[in-house]
Ligand binder design. Sequence first.
Ligand code: HEM
Length: 277
Amino acid sequence: MTTAYYSFVGETMTSTMTGSKRRRRWWALWILLAASAIGIAVYSAEPYLVGDVERNRIPLNDLFASHYVSIAVHAIPSSLALLIGPFQFVTWIRVRHPKAHRISGQVYMVSIVLGSIAALFAATYSVSGFSVQVAFYILTAAWLYTLYQAYTTIRRGEVQLHRVWMIRNYALTFAAVSLRIYLMTGLALQESFFPSLSFDDVYHASAWASLVVNVLIAEYFIVQRVLKPSAGRRRTKGNTGRTVPGPAARPGREGAEPETGSEVEGPAPISVPGARA
Ligand code: HEM
């Protein structure tokens, strides 16, 4: 039987050689993602977990005593979501320990709801400037909307769509990592090459870039690695390339695949309904 599972990086696992090479590449990418998520989560949450106000990294609004509380209540659950996310994409956890996947998924959801409610307060109290506040409001809305879609699709049994929405949602969670990478890079560049730039310039640009670039990467990834392979697969099965979406483009409906995936041990295989030979 030909296996028609697509890995997170979207390649068919039909050849052992190609499959293992690609799996290794995927694991390397996943380790990088998980390591940076864990690093930033620990770094971000630690000062708030020990309640050390002196180590708060952003200026506080003197008019609102609750500003620090809003950041702490935001940082702790958001860091937890950042930590959990990469493991939700690992196939063997999902396949062999579905209960663990479900429970950690619920913790992830609650963390994001708490983190985003607190983020609304943190953004409102923020003294970082209007442009950053707008970026954070948009990020919060998108964070909650993609979470809502991920939840409702899985409740309806639309597994494939659930994965797509989870990719989008985690891309937004990962904006916390991107923001800090851009900020550090930007400040290093400012020091060496662009002394006329202020900290605010670099911070505002980093906040917007982390949002926009992560959304673009997630969409590119979904189209290239989820939708395109499944469309190509359907064409080779006799479909002449009509653009009307079939079961793979409307995952989880007719022909939805069972939640097995044991053929691919690596993280987050995207199995394409109707692609089994
Ligand atoms: C993706 C949705 C997120 C939104 C909308 C958001 C929003 C915000 C806002 C508005 C602030 C205050 C910024 C300022 O006043 O300049 C902030 C700070 C902070 N956020 Fe988030 N955030 C998000 C994700 C995360 C995640 C996933 C983490 C986990 C690491 C995190 C950790 C922090 C921390 C630790 C701070 C305090 C500043 C610092 O220490 O760098 N945030 N966030």
